[in-house]
Design a protein around this ligand. Sequence first.
Ligand SMILES: Cc1cc2nc3c(=O)[nH]c(=O)nc-3n(C[C@H](O)[C@H](O)[C@H](O)COP(=O)(O)OP(=O)(O)OC[C@H]3O[C@@H](n4cnc5c(N)ncnc54)[C@H](O)[C@@H]3O)c2cc1C
Length: 595
Amino acid sequence: MPEYKAPLRDMDFVLNEVLNAEQHYQSLSGCEDATPDMVAAIMEEGAKFAERVLSPLNQIGDQQGCQWNDGAVKTPEGFKEAYDQFVEGGWPSLAHEAEYGGQGLPESIGIIVNEMVGTANWSWSMYPGLSHGAMNTLHAHGTEDQKQTYLTKLVSGEWTGTMCLTEPHCGTDLGMLRTKAEPQGDGSYKISGTKIFISAGEHDMADNIVHIVLARLPDAPEGTKGISLFIVPKHLPETIGTDNGVSCGSLEHKMGIHGNATCVMNFDEATGYLIGPENKGLNCMFTFMNTARLGTALQGLAHAEWGFQNSLVYAKDRLQMRALNGPANPEKAADPIIVHPEVRKMLLTQKAFSEGGRAMIYYCAQLVDKVERAEGDEKKQADALLAFLTPIAKAFLTEVGFESANHGLQVFGGHGFIAEWGMEQNVRDSRISMLYEGTTQIQALDLLGRKVLMTQGESLKGFTKILHKFCQAESDNSDLQQFIKPLTELNKEWGDLTMKIGMKAMQNRDEVGAASVDYLMYSGYVVLGYFWARMAKVAQEKLAAGEGDAAFYQAKLTTARFYFQRILPRTRGLVETMQSGADNLMDMDQEHFAF
Ligand SMILES: Cc1cc2nc3c(=O)[nH]c(=O)nc-3n(C[C@H](O)[C@H](O)[C@H](O)COP(=O)(O)OP(=O)(O)OC[C@H]3O[C@@H](n4cnc5c(N)ncnc54)[C@H](O)[C@@H]3O)c2cc1C
């Protein structure tokens, strides 16, 4: 039976030794309670819940899936009980404001819990995950009355939330959406339309579901400029138990995340309330989407970590063939497969992506803390940096998370393909992460087009300056040169490549699209390289100071070396392909793709 064990030592390393969490919290207003002891206690309790309650439900959720019966949805065995325990433990309120019943802790602490909960059981974690996004949207754009009515119930966990954007004819291109909102003259609206693929749209885990819905007012401008945002509850607060014209038409039959209900939702003159200004719904929804995008980046890490943990146990146990340099295990019939270089490559790749991804995501979560709690320039800079890093974290970490999940399966050989071991579930569950919350292609366009080129490279510079400063500060550190030298070169190359693509794009805008995914992946490898170099620096300092846990720090250095020598060179291929131009994609006549 596959298992999950929260990697508390590594989480503590990233949080406290690399990202100086204590200092970070002390510098932010309202974070006084986030002392190292308090954070350690939250991590321990979160780990127990994830390991003991959620992990055992992961395979059950996959096997049973959700069941639809006349509009009602039954979640897999144990899901509701686990949710009740989650609510009783006060977990939904962790990173939300005290005035609405929250514990007022920063987002970066919430994300640690989300990591453990999500790695143990991604499908289950999506129910509270979507609520979290709904809460952030209401917090940022709701009226005081809406916050008192809906936010408090979401914070307590009594109700859950969803995000209703997608319609049958539009997913990426939300400008085409058709769901209608008719004003009723009393401040309410009648919402009518069909949404598809709505995660956690209907279930039996909570008394009410707060749908955050994109719809169009009568006479709204065409396209994205005519979209407004609404709260549409399953039951109106004053009449819980009575139908509000919201129903689940069916459940999607899908490749993975079977424990999470993916619903077709019908809104039939359902009563709803406007959030934020008319026709500015998409802007408001961005609050939701940014939270959700970081949450989806976490899914990449979750599947990499889960696959790594389970394939490592297997690789030490499974005996096949002899080590090339002679038997490592002469008393047994064969050696454990972990002796074979190519098996080690698969394990180290998963380890490098998982531990590096953790550093990247925790760093982004600290930026969220600053956006929410810092002032002036510090807040502005954090906001710009977060906007730049979000598409990279979302798309890059989910792509390499899927790659890692595949390596995890491969380590198991044929047994990886067999359901019992859970590795094929991990691959299936991870696949969606590159699709929802904006596909990899859309994140890549957002990064290169909107974030980088439209700011004339300013947002890129925001990060390359940080990288440059780090490399300069370590330029005399001979032990770190194996990391600093390539990073310094990549940092310069990144700017040069951006400039070249920008120049070509002035003649032909397809050049942006044609370079975009390669550019995003290149950026991801460089950003991850920065975090591996930072982790290597800490490990080197700890080893030099003779501080305990030498094996842990040595392993960090070894993994950093693996990353720089075996993974980072992938940037060489990407440099070639991203510069190869749009013609090799656009020259093919549409009718000549197949004969
Ligand atoms: C299991 C699951 C759960 C989901 N949960 C939710 C949810 O809770 N709420 C919600 O609102 N939605 C949800 N979605 C919808 C999801 O966000 C969309 O499926 C996704 O945004 C892609 O939209 P689409 O499926 O319509 O694909 P399309 O937009 O039709 O895209 C098809 C392909 O074309 C590519 N493409 C499109 N435009 C461009 C472009 N300009 N440049 C390059 N490539 C392009 C895409 O990358 C993709 O590969 C969910 C989907 C699934 C499968």
